[in-house]
Design a protein. Structure first.
Length: 590
């Protein structure tokens, strides 16, 4: 069989198989082109889930008459001109494949009014010369009858409602990335939403509430961190606002929405012991990084990226998010909607960062005889002013207020500045004990337990080399591993606290993490699981009577404890009923 050059139209249709999966893919490419054109307003009109019509109009810089036909040609773009441009790309699009690919599987019309031109010009796929048209400044693209000439592709599309749901989700993602742009979305002539520019905190909160729900806004922590040339900011949902599915996770790199395993891993670790098992956090987070340090040319859809310093990025994400969550207890930062800066990866970062989370104070520990558990000994404290103190004292009340009483031996009732506070006594004590145990464990070298019979583990050559490189770090955690030959390791000791654990499985998992993410906290997580169990067994149980001073001591310790808002299993440790809530219960003021 002889080799033949494929015709351009067929090449475009093949490319369309990668770029245009469904109507939402078309919307993504067109809206990103509008953003690259500097549009401050983007109107999107959809008919029949995008199969009949996709119409995107913007107020961007427009396209000159002489370049209209070229815009529909394959690999024609204004965004890069050299390899250096590609390695430091700042635009959303850059391949020059989207428009010709879309045009090859639809009836596409491009109308544009360039800045300074007397009027607009219009061109359609297959036309060599543009014709005059009427349009305000900007660009209008109409995509009709998607996949009309590729019926096999059209058969795989879902119902109209499903396809539009994908489009709506896509536009939401883009709107969350650009608070400085107005978005309007219509379907079958009905307005779905119209978003104004959101610069002030209340405007950003309004957009977040419209797109993600009011509950997310009320349960989100706004933050900003910067280090090592990286900048991270956005909103983190409190652990109590978790989801059964990862459907409210929005992560952007230099303004581009991405789905990245490294990012997901770092976020999961940051939330590691504050979520119910199987629950997923909610967040809107932006990472700004030197474009030369991230490769966005990994896949035609541009959903995936590759970081040149993946370990640096992973550690920065984990530590930053971990710090925000650690300070989210009753003594930390409250949910906030302070403004998040617009995407500014081409601008110098702001100097503002979060204050460090409160340091934990020392607390005596004792080992309970006869069982592997710890219990917390309450510090002797001077009497704490109660809720019957003067008004001035009440104004200076701590976050969890002052203890009033115990309820059924399970809950502490406290009076705070804003109303009634209820604390789950066991959950709160469990978190305090757990964090103390972790601090105690980290204070010195973790003791190891030699294996009576060292265990051999078969691994790949690359994993064996990784193990040798990480030997010192493993030993500091109580894990001693030697390399016997090119593909064989021998485990001689494990952390004493993990006595009886599957040593070979643990080593394989550690090395798998190192290969995939450049770092691993799996050993820490295994140790923390044991400490969490010890903390649970060593904490105060239900029906244990506490005096007023003991209750106040517990409240003060909870305020000083990292991740004090949740127990080790993700349950909330406290809740507040403010005076408005209480007045509503009793219909006061009506």
């Amino acid at each position: 069989m002889s080799i033949k050059r494929l015709p351009d139209h067929l090449v475009n249709q093949i490319a369309a198989g990668e770029v245009v999966e469904r109507p939402a893919s078309v919307v993504k490419e067109l809206v990103e082109n509008s953003l690259d054109a500097g549009a401050g307003r983007i109107d999107i009109a959809i008919e029949q889930g995008g199969v009949r019509l996709i119409r995107v109009q913007d107020e961007g810089c427009g396209i000159d008459r002489e370049e209209l036909a070229l815009a529909l040609a394959r690999h024609a773009t204004s965004k890069i001109a050299s390899l250096d441009d590609l390695e430091g790309v700042r635009s959303m699009g850059f391949r020059g494949e989207a428009l010709p690919s879309i045009a090859s599987v639809s009836r596409l019309t491009l109308t544009s009014h360039a800045a300074g031109a007397g009027h607009a010009w219009q061109v359609a796929e297959g036309e060599a010369e543009p014709r005059p048209a009427a349009l305000p400044a900007g660009t209008l693209i109409e995509v009709r009858d998607l996949f009309y000439n590729t019926p096999a592709r059209r058969k795989f599309l879902k119902a109209e409602k499903t396809e539009f749901a994908h489009i709506e989700t896509l536009v939401k993602r883009l709107a969350l990335a650009r608070f400085d742009v107005r978005f309007r979305l219509q379907h079958n002539g009905r307005e779905v939403f119209a978003l104004a520019v959101a610069e002030r905190p209340e405007e950003q909160a309004r957009r977040l509430a419209l797109l993600l729900g009011e509950e997310f806004v009320q349960s989100a922590l706004a933050f900003e961190q910067a280090a090592a040339g990286l900048r991270l900011y956005g909103w983190l949902g409190l652990p109590a606002f978790s989801r059964s599915q990862p459907d409210m996770q929005y992560f952007y790199v230099n303004g581009r929405m991405v789905r990245d395993k490294l990012v997901t891993h770092a976020v999961r670790q940051a939330y590691q012991d504050v979520l119910y098992q199987g629950r997923h956090p909610a967040y809107v987070v932006f990472l700004e990084i030197d474009p030369a340090q991230v490769d966005v040319n990994v896949h035609p859809t541009k959903h995936e990226v590759r970081f040149r310093e993946s370990r640096l990025v992973h550690d920065f994400l984990f530590r930053s998010l971990h710090q925000v969550i650690a300070g989210a207890g009753p003594g930390g930062e409250a949910p906030s909607t302070r403004p998040v800066p617009p995407s500014s990866y081409s601008q110098p970062p702001r100097a503002e960062t979060l204050a460090p989370y409160p340091r934990q104070t020392a607390m005596p520990l004792r080992v309970a005889e006869g069982r592997a558990a710890y219990a917390l000994a309450f510090e002797a404290q001077r009497p704490v002013p109660g809720p019957d103190a003067t008004d001035s004292t009440e104004e200076a009340a701590p976050p969890l207020g002052f203890a009033l009483a115990q309820l059924h031996g399970v809950y502490i009732l406290a009076q705070g500045r804003e109303g009634l506070i209820l604390v789950d006594m066991h959950a709160a004590h469990e978190r305090i004990t757990y964090e103390r145990l972790k601090a105690h464990q980290a204070a010195g070298r973790i003791p190891s337990q030699p294996l009576l019979v060292p265990e051999r583990v078969k691994v790949s050559t690359v994993e064996a080399e990784l193990c040798e490189e990480s030997a010192a770090s493993f030993e500091a955690l109580g894990l001693q591993i030697d390399r016997l030959d090119q593909e064989t390791l021998v485990v001689r000791a494990i952390p004493a606290i993990l006595r009886g654990a599957d040593a070979a499985g643990l080593v394989r998992d550690l090395l798998a993490d190192l290969r995939a993410h450049g770092s691993s906290r799996r050993l820490h997580e295994e140790i923390n699981r044991v400490l969490a169990t010890m903390a649970c067994h060593g904490s105060v149980r239900a029906n244990r009577a506490l005096g007023r001073e003991e209750m106040n001591a517990l409240l003060r310790e909870l305020e000083r404890t990292e991740r004090g808002g949740q127990c080790n299993h993700g349950r909330p440790t406290w809740a507040r009923l403010d005076m408005k809530d209480l007045d509503a219960l009793f219909k006061r003021g009506r």
